[in-house]
Design a binder for this molecule. Structure first.
Ligand code: NAD
Length: 483
């Protein structure tokens, strides 16, 4: 029997075992093989990391910006060299297909590339004459120790929304990765150290709620970046703000894709299939509701069913597999109960993914599932299911479609499939969502733009990435001077 590795915490440049006796098993969701034990670390473990990060901050914040940028350039290069290894690790611990994992590594690297521009991003500004002989200027500084709490669904990309930019701006960082996918984070830290990052600048504390609660209340931490489900995002926002911290908390989603009769139907079906069932629907930008407008409905529904029925399900490391497992058996059970709920609510189940696992009992698989004739009163329309389950609502006009999407409590993304400039303008001006796709299925912005959800999809003021990220991870001094 192979011995299962117990993960440690990364504090001050050393791998230190957690003081907690509690551990959880990390399993490969496609094979159910154990990959490691992850410690559910204690508040004391977090306090050690806070001390190390505060100590490191004294020097790191004084390292000249071009030297910090040079370490990030080196990190980018090392990540490129390890691209395949990182993608495989993502597939093993998360379950998504290798090609999606490969794309995720690219998204992570792009965040590092954005952070390499920190000399320009950190610049202040000056106005030489605000009054006769008086000048005013703005200087930008790091804020201190930042805590990052991340979800299971993007083990590389989401941590990379946070720590490369925060660190480039001169902060030090404590990352608490998802306890369900902690392996990639450990590798990211090792590779950053190999790029020359000084000890204590990036620390990792593994665990769950106890670690989060200590990060939210510890006075040695200045800001919290959170990405995860809606209820935890709201809790993190309120709790960290109550202890005087700057917070950005990105929550769940229920993204609508509206298809108009003039759309390129082949393109819409291809993009929606990929957005709804790729990464097993475990994406905050997944398409979970299609709104079919007018006479497009019949051919759209038939097309989606036909294409989704042909999706290859399996271990994401095998060639051509498109749909991997969901993350855990408990998540599979929750998904199955949503499918039952949809049937009880009298939505028309036209493709049932519950049988996907029959041929292969191992792994937490749910096949592509499609409900037609879904209504906004139904739970399957309202809740984020976070699995390969797609709801189709039929309406008669673009106005009705936009109204329906706007009734969701979430406002992360929304897509429109149409070739009409007038319809596209109407959608852009009236839809209540932060990231819009026009004939594009997953409109996730690149690292130099903000990841811009709102309503219950986001709590805070400054989003992750782009200039918002720089604002979030820096504070300004204003100087008014008479010489
Ligand atoms: P989750 O909320 O269960 O976990 C996220 C993090 O919070 C983890 O590190 C976890 O350990 C911690 N956590 C969980 N429960 C907690 C509690 N009660 N108290 C304190 N900490 C707690 O989310 P998940 O299942 O890992 O990720 C999926 C969710 O993340 C989905 O809702 C998805 O939409 C969302 N997400 C959002 C975005 C976005 O940009 N808006 C991006 C990715 C994922």
């Amino acid at each position: 029997m192979t011995k299962i590795n117990k993960l440690a915490n990364y504090i001050g440049g050393k791998w230190i075992p957690s003081s907690s006796e509690q551990h959880e098993l990390v399993t490969n969701p496609a094979t159910e093989e154990p990959l490691a034990y992850v410690p559910l670390s204690s508040a004391e473990d977090v306090q050690l990391a806070v001390s190390a990060a505060n100590e490191a901050f004294l020097e790191w914040s004084k390292v000249p910006v071009p030297r910090r940028a040079r370490i990030l350039f080196k990190y980018q290069n090392i990540l490129i060299q390890h691209w395949d290894e990182l993608a495989r690790l993502i597939t093993q611990e998360n379950g998504k297909s290798y090609s999606e994992a490969y794309g995720e590594v690219q998204r992570g690297i792009e965040c590092v590339e954005f952070a390499c521009g920190v000399p320009t991003l950190m610049m202040g500004s000056v106005l030489p004459d605000i009054a006769t002989g008086i000048e005013s200027s703005m200087y930008r500084y790091p804020i201190g120790v930042v805590g990052g709490i991340t979800p299971f669904n993007f083990p590389m990309m989401v941590p990379c929304w946070m720590f490369p930019l925060a660190i480039a701006c001169g902060n030090t960082f404590i990352l608490k990765p998802s306890e369900r996918t902690p392996l990639l984070a450990a590798r990211l830290a090792e590779l950053f150290t190999a790029a020359g990052l000084p000890d204590g600048v990036l620390n990792i504390i593994n665990g769950g709620k106890d670690v989060v609660n200590e990060l939210l209340s510890n006075s040695g931490i200045s800001a919290i970046s959170f990405v995860g489900s809606q209820s935890v995002a709201e809790y993190v926002y309120k709790t960290a703000a109550a202890s005087g911290k700057r917070v950005q908390a990105l929550g769940g989603a229920k993204n609508h894709s509206i298809v108009l009769p003039d759309a390129d139907l082949g393109l819409a079906i291809k993009e929606i299939t990929s957005a709804a069932f790729g990464s097993a629907g475990e994406r905050c930008m997944a398409c979970s509701v299609v709104v079919a407008v007018g006479e497009v409905a019949e051919s759209l529904v038939q097309g989606l069913k036909e294409v989704a029925s042909q999706i290859l399900i399996g271990n994401g490391l095998e060639p051509n597999v498109f749909l991997g497992p969901v993350i855990r058996q408990s998540h599979k059970e929750k998904t199955v109960s949503y499918i039952e709920e949809g049937e009880n609510e009298n939505a028309a189940l036209i493709l049932d993914g519950r049988t996907a696992n029959e041929a292969n009992r191992v792994g937490y698989f749910v096949g592509p599932t499609i409900f037609d004739h879904v209504k906004p009163e139904m739970t399957i329309w309202q809740d984020e299911i976070f699995a390969p389950v797609l709801s189709i609502v039929r309406v008669e006009s673009i106005e009705e479609a936009v109204d329906l999407a706007n009734r969701s409590e979430f406002a992360n993304g929304a897509c429109l499939y149409s070739n009409s400039a007038k319809a596209i303008r109407y959608f852009r001006e009236n839809i209540d969502a932060g990231m819009l796709g026009l004939n594009v299925g997953v409109p996730a912005p690149m690292a130099f733009f903000p990841f811009s959800g709102y309503k219950k999809s986001f709590y805070g003021d400054l989003h992750a990435n782009g200039r918002d990220g720089v604002e979030f991870y820096t504070r300004k001094k204003m100087v008014v001077a008479r010489y």
